[in-house]
Design a protein around this ligand. Structure first.
Ligand code: FAD
Length: 448
């Protein structure tokens, strides 16, 4: 059988099949399992890439029946039961299957404005998190080097599009970096004066957590110095900032050299290919509608799990992905074991959700139970330690959290420099004797 995607859904499907006598091919574009809920901590320099991303081979080394392949699934030949995939070098793979589990997740949506993407990176992959880390820390460097007060203010303004968990978490992190981590490190600028703004079209941040936690989060953000602009739709983004349309129809221009996009998701192209091949319906975000047993109607051999499945308006949460992946794996195992009882439909057991706002402050919703502040943070800590993959990642993360909690300092601030849009790449210093001094002349970058 073939499993597409080594995220939470794919991994839990593999684990549920562990004792089944079946050869599994696990295909993933990235070859690592990424703990997406902590991407913002990698972006903000608390955790390293290695603490939130584990090689799938290492995670599955005790699953000898699993073959891992790094490839991107592009299409499914339903009649021939073959997955078409592309290797990173462009080579083509054809992977036959008896059963297929599709758990390739979703990607960032710019709501039809893909032209915003180069100026406002999203937060879905490890590469995204490292790109955001560069943007954040480099912005302070650019502000320090700037001699123009207006330009400096632009570098010290950070605009986040989206007031969901990722937007709130990133906003809290940036204010903490500005106010604590970088305190006393610069000679010209005061990083603590950095402005952090959230723009969201709805009436409250963290809407999915309910009105009470939404209000508490808004108060915490206010105390941290985050400016929240609700009922604001972003209509333009460029390398100098963004334009928003307010509820009253008026528009505002915000000059900000760092714009980050955390609003909305959509299904990847494979979903459209799969829908075309199977006749499956897609919802507004392109997710595949599934039957109560997670199969595609008319195709009992294909199951869609995790963020990519559309069923009963279930949210895109790690817990939904884990439970649906495990359910799909179990169903296949039961069939192989010859169990004949009619399958029970998939039921999601809501274990709650949590969002980290800043040091010692988080919000948690579990059924009717609500917590915020330090208690919320302690519960958040427990949940994330429990779910991080691998003992070493857990230990490393606990140490990093202890350091940031006690001192505000971050161990993972190194970044790969980015050339701002429109600027010439600075010439690298020569590594040997210059062949032609004119070519190797070091010129300062032109202003953007
Ligand atoms: C920034 C952020 C913060 C989040 N915070 C929380 C949180 O606090 N709590 C919570 O419960 N949830 C949170 N989530 C949501 C949670 O991470 C997702 O619901 C979960 O990761 C979905 O799991 P999945 O396996 O369906 O997809 P993913 O985890 O997205 O995994 C999909 C996998 O498929 C691979 N892939 C993609 N396309 C292809 C292809 N064509 N071929 C082969 N492989 C492919 C990808 O490389 C990836 O490994 C967050 C998500 C993000 C992005």
């Amino acid at each position: 059988m073939v499993i597409l995607g080594g995220g939470f859904a794919g991994l839990f499907a593999v684990r549920a099949l562990r004792s089944a006598p079946v050869a599994v091919t696990l295909v993933d574009s990235c070859a690592h399992h990424l703990f997406q809920p902590l991407l913002y901590q990698c972006a903000s320099g608390i955790l390293s890439g290695g603490q939130i991303a584990q090689p799938l081979r290492a995670v599955l080394r005790r699953h000898p029946q699993v073959r891992c392949l790094q490839a991107t699934a592009t299409d499914v030949d339903v009649a021939g039961r073959i997955v078409h995939a592309q290797r990173p070098d462009g080579g083509v793979l054809e992977l036959p299957y008896d059963d297929l589990i599709v758990g390739v997740g979703v990607r960032q949506s710019y709501f039809g404005h893909d032209e915003f993407a180069p100026y406002a990176p999203g937060m879905k992959t490890l590469a995204d998190a490292l790109a955001v880390r560069t943007k954040l820390y480099q912005a302070f460097e650019m502000a320090e080097a700037s001699t123009d007060p207006q330009e400096r203010a632009q570098w010290l303004t950070f605009a986040l599009v989206g007031g969901g968990p990722t937007g709130v978490e990133l906003a809290g992190q940036i204010r903490e970096i500005a106010g604590h981590t970088l305190e006393r490190e610069f000679s010209t600028i005061d990083p603590g004066r950095a402005r952090v703004l959230i723009f969201d079209g709805s009436d409250g941040v963290l809407g999915a957590f309910g009105p009470e936690l939404s209000r508490r989060t808004a108060r915490t953000l206010d105390a941290l110095g985050v400016e929240v602009h609700l009922g604001s739709i972003v209509t333009e983004v460029d390398d100098r900032g963004l334009t928003v349309r307010r509820k009253d129809g008026g528009t505002d221009r915000v000059e900000a050299r760092t714009v980050l996009w955390t609003a909305g998701v959509e299904a990847p192209p494979l979903a459209t290919a799969l829908a075309r091949a199977t006749g499956a319906e897609q919802d507004r975000a392109g997710r595949i509608r599934v039957e109560p047993d997670l199969t595609i109607a008319g195709h009992p051999e294909i199951r869609v799990v995790g963020d990519l499945m559309s069923l009963d308006k279930l949210p895109g949460l790690a817990e939904v992905a884990m439970q649906s992946g495990a359910y799909a794996g179990r169903r296949i195992r039961h069939t192989i074991e010859g169990r004949t009882r009619a399958p029970r439909p998939f039921r999601y057991l809501d274990l709650g959700s949590a969002a980290y706002i800043s040091r010692g402050r988080a919000v948690v919703k579990m059924g009717r139970f609500r917590a915020s502040g330090l208690i919320g943070w302690l519960i958040w800590l427990f949940i994330h330690i429990a779910f991080l993959t691998g003992f070493r990642s857990r230990l490393g993360a606990v140490l990093s959290w202890a350091v940031v909690f006690a001192t505000g300092s971050r161990r993972e601030r190194a970044f790969t420099p980015e050339v701002p849009h429109g600027a010439a790449a600075p010439a690298l210093p020569p590594s040997g004797p210059p062949a032609d001094p004119a070519v190797n002349r070091h010129e300062p970058p032109r202003p953007a």
